[in-house]
Design a protein. Structure first.
Length: 80
């Protein structure tokens, strides 16, 4: 089923190299250090939310909120 509520960009796509460069820039320059660390641990180091929370000595919900905020910021900056 097609998602008719999608309001993102539907025009031509950028080359993969350009997309990767933009993602790296946003991760380095726009995320807070904690958001950056959480995003990298979760997506690139393949740690679970529970593992990240245990390593930092915080609740799982704190890690989840940090991760969701980082993802939202990434989407917002990469939207244009």
């Amino acid at each position: 089923m097609k998602n008719i509520l999608y309001d993102g960009y539907l025009g031509p796509r950028l080359p993969r190299e350009v997309q990767l460069k933009r993602v790296k820039r946003v991760i380095q320059e726009e995320l807070t250090p904690l958001q950056r660390e959480t995003l990298i641990a979760y997506y690139f180091q393949e740690q679970t939310v529970t593992q990240i929370a245990s390593d930092r000595g915080v609740n799982k919900s704190t890690v989840s909120r940090t991760l969701k905020r980082a993802e939202a910021k990434l989407r917002r900056y990469l939207k244009y």
